[in-house]
Design a protein around this ligand. Structure first.
Ligand SMILES: CC(=O)[C@@H](O)[C@H](O)COP(=O)(O)O
Length: 273
């Protein structure tokens, strides 16, 4: 039944490419490359992001991180570590030369404390990369104005943060995410800070097209089991969104679940206990 419901759902479409999984995963912080590979498989994800600065082409085929990405997964190279638009562009070009992929997850994070994405440099980098033929998926602040500007610049998605990268603090930006999702004409992928499967479900319930999770899976006691849990939560949240949430009641008033009048055998005017 669940599979039937999912089969009726439209695929996640990014720049003309269709994906059935709405969970994207990262490759950092795993205890070993083998554990990373097993977790990626367990997640059912179809898109996996890898930091270009971690890729060692000299070791290709000899135990580099890319050798442990399961075959068939779409590689989404990211510009993690870039602090200016020019640096991000340079990294992206290196990644394209190495992988042959036009896809790039744009990250420009000059603040070492928060790894907050720089809105000005991110927009500038997006413009540079789009004009250079890249398919750009930008990690960005949860800012509705910037999200619109990135979309206008030709980005294939927007990827606003839920909370700081690696913080596992969940959707601290929920109100802004809802505004971004409502207005966006491209898929909104909630990225960063998703700490537990219920955070992924929450993002999907409010209408995110997908979520990206790294730390929460990699640092779990059992990353493979956690990857499975995130896969299920992402699907549950998506189905909840498609089902349509009921009205939210007032904070100080109940709304009885069963009717208070018209019970079998009830006298007119009587109410349920
Ligand atoms: C791997 C990656 O792209 C991260 O920069 C991303 O933002 C994920 O964040 P978490 O590690 O908090 O899941």
């Amino acid at each position: 039944m669940i599979l039937e419901a999912l089969a009726e759902d439209e695929p996640l479409r990014i720049a003309g490419q269709d994906f059935s999984s709405r969970l994207m995963v990262g490759t950092g912080k795993f205890g070993s490359h083998a554990l990373m590979r097993d977790s990626l498989v367990a997640s059912g994800a179809e898109i996996v992001t890898v930091a270009l600065r971690r890729v060692d082409l000299a070791r290709a085929g000899e135990g580099d991180v890319l050798d442990f990405v399961p075959p068939g997964m779409t590689l989404l190279p990211n510009t993690s570590g870039a602090v200016t638009a020019e640096e991000a562009h340079r990294l992206a070009r290196l990644g394209r030369a190495a992988t042959g992929s036009q896809l790039v997850k744009l990250e420009v994070t000059p603040d070492p404390r928060t790894l907050a994405p720089d809105p000005v440099e991110t927009l500038r980098a997006a413009e540079l990369l789009v004009s250079d033929g890249f398919t750009v998926l930008p990690y960005c602040p949860a800012d509705p104005v910037l999200a619109r500007r990135l979309e206008e610049a030709g980005c294939a998605t927007v990827m606003p943060l839920g909370s700081w990268i690696g913080s596992n603090r969940g959707l601290r930006t929920r109100d802004a995410l809802e505004v971004i999702i409502e207005a966006a004409g491209v898929p909104v992928v909630v990225d960063a800070g998703i700490g537990v499967p219920s955070d992924a479900a929450e993002a999907m319930e409010i209408g995110a097209a997908a979520v990206l999770v790294n730390t929460a899976i990699a640092v779990a006691r059992d990353p493979v089991a956690m990857a499975r849990a995130f896969a299920l939560a992402t699907v549950a949240g998506r189905l909840g969104y498609l089902a349509g949430r009921g009205a939210v009641g007032a904070p100080t008033m109940a709304e009885a679940s069963s009717p208070l009048t018209g019970f079998l055998g009830a006298q007119p005017g009587s109410v349920a206990p």
